[in-house]
Write a protein that binds this ligand. Structure first.
Ligand SMILES: [Zn+2]
Length: 271
């Protein structure tokens, strides 16, 4: 499932490719991918609009169409690609958005947990205000963590993955961040000292930035806006490495289950 670095990689590509492009045509192949609208209603709202900018908020791709925003959430297996009209069709094409200068924006999704939808500026402002803190922003400070985590008995790894608190940190990067912070993922959030929470903040930011530099983590499905895989999987230190040597000591990486998800960690390095 794409997390923050994967969506950020796609957004940075699209931010180079799309601003100024005009939406000429819309073809909805899979109507269930369009949230809160009919395919015709969705097409009517975006056709003829110019894409002004592309940004990321949480794990959503947000295109400013001037008065309206087009949002894309990739779900588990969604891909958003810029292609030339007439290029080979991807399998599982869900939505095709025709652009000027012979280009197309194609959304395809094998499992179809992704979605596309539009919001007005007022809806956008309200929704944006409800989402959790961006982990690469200044708001995600050690002080904020002390305040917010200090009130919770939830295990720190589960706490970090709660999108109502911090956005975009999923299972892979939560495990990796806590390894870098040398903090045991099972500890209640409110048991961490301010120094440990500062290390958690640093670990989260370091692993996200490094993953963005390597264009994200591909296990199976994730591709960037050009259809290429990310290169960060080879640099993961604990995630999906159960039984393998810990990169920090002579011990081995262990796997446990927290909140129904696998957590990977080193019991010797993380306390
Ligand atoms: Zn270790």
């Amino acid at each position: 499932m794409p997390e923050l670095p994967e969506v950020e990689t796609i957004v940075r590509d699209l931010a180079h490719l799309l601003p100024g492009a005009k939406i000429k045509g819309v073809e909805v192949v899979r109507p269930d991918l369009i949230e809160d609208d009919t395919p015709e209603g969705f097409a009517r709202k975006i056709r003829g609009k110019k894409i002004r900018s592309v940004v990321r908020r949480a794990k959503n791709i947000v295109m400013d169409l001037g008065g309206e925003r087009l949002l894309v959430n990739l779900g588990m297996t969604g891909r958003l690609l810029v292609a030339r009209a007439g290029d080979d069709e991807p399998t599982h094409l869900g939505v095709r958005i025709g652009l000027d200068r012979g280009r197309e924006l194609r959304y395809h999704d094998v499992r179809r947990f992704g979605r596309l939808w539009t919001v007005t500026e007022a809806q956008w402002q309200a929704w944006d205000g409800q989402l959790g803190v961006e982990p690469l922003s200044d708001a995600f400070s050690a002080d904020w963590l002390v305040q917010a985590a200090g009130r919770s008995k939830v295990a720190i790894k589960v706490w970090l993955m709660d999108q109502a608190r911090v956005v975009g940190v999923g299972n892979i990067y939560a495990s990796e961040a806590l390894f870098r912070a040398r903090v045991d993922p099972r500890r209640p959030a409110n048991s961490l000292t301010p120094d440990e929470l500062a290390r958690v903040r640093d670990g989260v930011q370091a692993v996200l930035r490094e993953a963005i530099d390597h264009r994200g983590t591909t296990f199976l499905d994730y591709r960037d806006a050009r259809g290429e895989e990310g290169a960060f999987a080879a640099r993961l230190k604990v995630y999906d490495r159960e039984g393998q040597p810990c990169p920090g000591c002579k011990g081995h990486v262990e796997r446990i289950v927290q909140g129904g998800r696998s957590t990977f960690f080193c019991p010797s390095c993380q306390h």
